[in-house]
Ligand binder design. Sequence first.
Ligand SMILES: [Zn+2]
Length: 259
Amino acid sequence: MKKDRFILMSFDVEEFDLPLEYKQTISLSEQLEVGKAGLDVIAALMQDFKIPCTLFTTANFAIHFPESIAEMALHHEIASHTYYHNSFKEADLLLSKQKLEEIAGTMVSGLRMPRMQPVDMKAVKAAGYDYDASINPTLIPGRYNNFHLPRTIYRENEVNRIPASVTPNVRIPLFWLAFKNFPFPLYKKLAIQTIRHDGYICLYFHPWEFTNISSYLLPGYIKNIYGIRLQNMLRKLISDLQKEGEFITIRDYLQKSPV
Ligand SMILES: [Zn+2]
């Protein structure tokens, strides 16, 4: 293992409200149930590999499953995915941090906005966060164009901003949709290229992707691979990336390598 290279794996732990975007009704209890089933899968998988990850969690999710979040906090970093997944007001930055700290019993220093929504760094700083991970520094048609932003960690208004990794130069995204839509050998090659170039890689997924979401009315590029098949792909990715570097939480990486 190369000790000077790092893999920052993260998951957005949330109510599975995505079907609502595709006009399918799903109750809050079902949204929570799917999110929790996914979290249980991820917990076991991380345990098998004995690696830490960062869990960006909504306060709403944590309120419904406090014991799980407190348990996960013993081995992983709990960070904020705001209060509710499908609504946001600026006060939620602080309220979610406080609620997650109370439930997890640890400091919460990181933020990722649902759907990578833009957020004011002054407000993020005022709420007491050390870092924000809400940027995908590439072009996602119909969502955003962040080609002008730095590819790797930078500071803005005294907040560390840690973008989701994209490849050097052409900025091919390495986020969750790339993982399930690129052929695995290509994704792995691009990930390794990025780790070797940047010294680290910041990846993100959602626990619900690793459950059976086949019955929901989602586009094929979201649900073409799910459940156990995707779990096996993630296992393969972790085991391949372990040869390239050390898995570490985002908080610990920022402490080790100040911006
Ligand atoms: Zn989310």
